[in-house]
Structure formats: C-alpha cells, structure tokens
Design a protein around this ligand. Sequence first.
Ligand code: DAH
Length: 338
Amino acid sequence: MKEIEEIKKEFEEKIKTKSIEELKKVETHFLGRKGKVVDLFKTLKNATEENRKNIGQQINDLKSYVEETISKRLKELEEIEKNKLLANERIDITLPGIRLETGGLHILSKVMKEVEDIFLSMGFDVMTGPEIESDYYNFEALNIPEFHPARDMQDTFYLAKKILLRTQTSPIQIRTMEKYKPPIRIIAIGRCYRRDAIDSSHSPIFHQVEGLVIDKNVSFSSLKGTLLEFTKKMFGEETKIRFSPSYFPFVEPGAETAISCVICKGKGCRVCKYTGWLEMGGSGMVHPNVLKNVNIDPEEYQGFAFGWGVERIAMIKYGIPDIRMFLQNDLRFLEQFK
Ligand code: DAH
C-alpha cells in the first residue's frame, strides 16, 4: 500500500512535464513492460490471501488513473503545441498591404489606338507597311522624281543606295493600291524617320497617320468631311478645321490642314502662337501621276489622301509640351497616362 502511494506521488510530479517527448518517457516509466505499475502486480504474490483482492483492485485503479491522466495530459500538450504553430503563422490583416505596380500602354500606343478606333468606326481598314523602304515607294511612285527638290526637304536616312528608312507613311498608299482594286478606304499608322535636328517639336523618330480613299466621284469635300469628322471625334464637337493651299508632289490640289486651337478655342494663346490654329499635316487630291503608277485610270477614279503627325495629335489632346518626352521613358511622365 505504501508503495502504491509512493508511485502515485512520483507520478504526480512527473506528469507536470511540458514536453510531449518527456511525457512518452513518463508513460514507459510507469506503464511499460518493465514499468513501475506493472512491477507492482508482481508483488501481489507476496500479499496474504485476504489482502490480495483489495491490493489488486488498488493497483488496477492506479493503472487506470495513470493511463487516463497521461492521455489527458497528452491532449493538453498537443493543443498547446498547435496554438504555438498557429501563433507563428498568424497574419495581421490590419497591416497595410504591399502595392504591386501594374504596367500600362505607352501614351503614343494609346493615341494610335484611339485614332484607329475612330477611323474603323467610319468604315476604314487599317494597313501597315515596312519601315525599311525602297526609293521607289518612298519617293518615285509618289511623283517625287530623283532630282525633285522635295527629296531635299525630307532629310533621309539611307541604308544603301536606294534603300532607306521611310520618311513618311505615304509609301503605304502605293503598296495598298498595288494590292487592292478600288474602292479603297484605308488608314496606316506607322513610325517614320528623318535626319531632323532634335528640339521640342522635332524628333528623328516620329509617327504619322496616313489616310487614302479611292473611288468614283470622290471630291475635295469628301476629304474635308472625313477630316472634320475625325477631328470632332478626337478633339471635341466644337473643333473646327481649316485648309490652306500647299504643295505636296503626290496630290493636286494640295492643302495644309489645321484645327482650331483646343486650348484657347481659337482666340489665340501661346500653344497656337496666337494664331488660333494648330497645324496637323498635309492633305490633297491624289495626283493623276500617282494613280497611273499603280494602273488606276484617273479618268475613272479619284481619291484623296492625308498625312497627320501622331505625336502632334497626342501633344494637343493630352497637353504634352515637348516631343522628346515620348522617347525619354521617364516613369513620372508615362505613369500619368496609365
Ligand atoms: N507625307 C507628307 C509629309 O510627310 C504628308 C502628306 C501630305 C501626306 C499630303 C498625304 C498628303 O497623304 O496627301 O509631309
């Protein structure tokens, strides 16, 4: 009986352990095959007949008590362990998040898409052409012969004797008319190159949007209506358009086109240099020589064409003061248009 008491006391001490590993050892120590409780049963044979039953009962009680207590303690320790793990993995949802920067289209890409969408809505198709062009498409077929002074105006990057970086999107007119029969109604937006000195309005790399319509009964008023419609959609309903006589070898008559200043609404300001007008590019009725160069009969078909600067459109629409900003890749600039 005294031994039972002692074992119980020892057990009460050892069960206080805080580690699961330790607890397993305690279990073996008391309940294992050579454990203390099992040993107790062996002492039964020394007890007197009348005591045996009583002592046996008490050892059994001790055994159940030890078993139950250990399993209860094990559950407790496992719970503590689990909570510790959870505490480590806890996320404080009140902390400010980490903001991931998203990319966006370059402002020029956006403007080109706007331009395309407007002309698509007006029934135009979109064409493309190569940036490396031949002398024939960039000049000759456009009625700009070899010694024509217009070739001087376009300071050209030559790659070889008759191979160059296109100075305008107009060669796409020729490529289109060679490939498709009239009626033709297309625009072409693309990169152009000129050996211009760089300043706030000149860049050796820039973009143009070219328009070409060929059909029977196409007149100058079709040109005017088309550009006015585009202008209103791009810059606002109240915007006006002005044509003034100009010369381009591939059109006759040719006209410089301007829109009423979107900043001062035509009253005169710094942006329009107090003229009330902003120049956008050239236009005109396709020259009969150009039509002949692509085997279209100028007696049967007429057409109009125009070529506007894309950077110019973007600068006016979004109030961008310097053409160099498009190529500088300054995020402070680019992110304003995301
Ligand atoms: N390609 C001309 C330039 O770069 C602009 C131009 C003028 C295009 C008249 C045209 C046009 O289609 O008809 O200066």
